[in-house]
Design a protein around this ligand. Structure first.
Ligand SMILES: [Zn+2]
Length: 315
């Protein structure tokens, strides 16, 4: 059997991560480049195309062919058409973008697009910490809180692609304001932006500090920063308990930039959710750290492309 390669792309507000996997999900090559997101839709598309060009050039040095391209993007992706429906604020003009059509026309290979947390969940399920899971729940803790689920070998998307918004589970009915417009969401307590904003409020700062400032201050021993990070972990554990009672996963995978930087975050999330979850949802529960780290998005997108080519998805 000839070797097939899959290009994976992970689009973020500041950079595009790109890489190449074979059909077993083994990483052949990876790189990153600016996403040009502040310049709008056309610039983002060109940044993605340049990343694919680079991947195709790399692939040409190996025997085999690139079989498909997968992209993980923030926002809600229509599961049938692949059109971006509800993008996030830092990706200007991304709403309504037919990224699948763009990639297919430009490169003449099949292309698929998936929400980035879904991509990460799929990547961990196929080749990472969730291999063998029957029901996998993934949470990512970065600037925001991402969520994804794989149930009996299929991503849970919902008919309009809006399923598994873990960060917007309501923790406090009249709580902190969330970026999504609701109040009391888990993300406002446990997401990087929410914790950084709280750190600024408690220090009476006029402007909210950055997420990495908060995490670095915590690592350096700042008591208030650590208190807020700990509170965030407990909040996410409490919020995830609701997801455990809905889905009864056997594997919970937790990853993201804050988890990678601060292992205590994962310990506290796990102890919080284990202390609350009902026995009927905890009997076979494993809680594990995501294996793919900051490569989860593009590896997962490449594996979504692999699934598409195998015929297991409508894309
Ligand atoms: Zn929200």
């Amino acid at each position: 059997m000839s070797v097939s390669f899959f290009v994976g792309l992970d689009l973020g507000g500041t950079e595009v991560k790109v890489g190449l996997c074979n059909q077993r999900g083994e990483v052949v090559w990876s790189d990153r480049r600016p996403s040009q997101a502040h310049l709008g839709q056309k610039a983002i598309l060109e940044a993605l195309a340049a990343a694919v060009d680079e991947a195709l050039l790399e692939a040409s040095a190996h025997p085999g062919e690139v079989a498909a391209i997968g992209l993980g993007t923030p926002g809600v992706v229509d599961p049938v058409s692949g059109i971006i429906r509800f993008p996030v604020a830092n990706l200007g003009g991304w709403h309504g973008t037919d990224i699948v059509g763009f990639l297919r026309d430009r490169f003449d290979v099949p292309a698929v697009v998936e929400n980035d947390a879904n991509s990460a969940a799929w990547g961990e399920y196929c080749t990472g910490a969730g291999i063998g899971a029957r029901t996998l729940l993934l949470a990512t803790v970065g600037t925001g809180i991402g969520g994804g689920a794989v149930i009996d070998g299929e991503l849970l998307r919902g008919p309009s692609g809006g399923a598994m918004e873990l960060g917007h589970i309501i923790l406090e009915r009249s709580g902190r304001s969330c970026n999504c417009g609701l109040v009391g969401c888990v993300e406002a307590y446990a997401g990087g932006w929410g914790m950084a904003a709280e750190w600024g409020r408690r220090r009476d700062l006029d402007e909210s500090p950055g997420v990495s400032q908060l995490v670095q201050a915590g690592i350096a021993g700042d008591a208030l920063a650590n208190q807020i990070l700990d509170e965030g972990a407990h909040a996410l554990g409490a919020g995830m308990m609701s997801a455990l009672h809905l889905l009864n996963p056997d594997v919970v995978v937790i990853g993201g930039g804050i988890i990678d930087a601060r292992p205590r975050q994962l310990e506290l999330i796990e102890s919080e959710l284990r202390s609350r979850v009902l026995p009927k949802a905890s009997a076979d529960l494993k809680v594990v750290r995501a294996q793919h780290g900051n490569r989860a998005g593009w590896i997962g997108a490449a594996m979504c492309a692999e699934k598409y080519v195998r015929g297991g998805s409508e894309g």
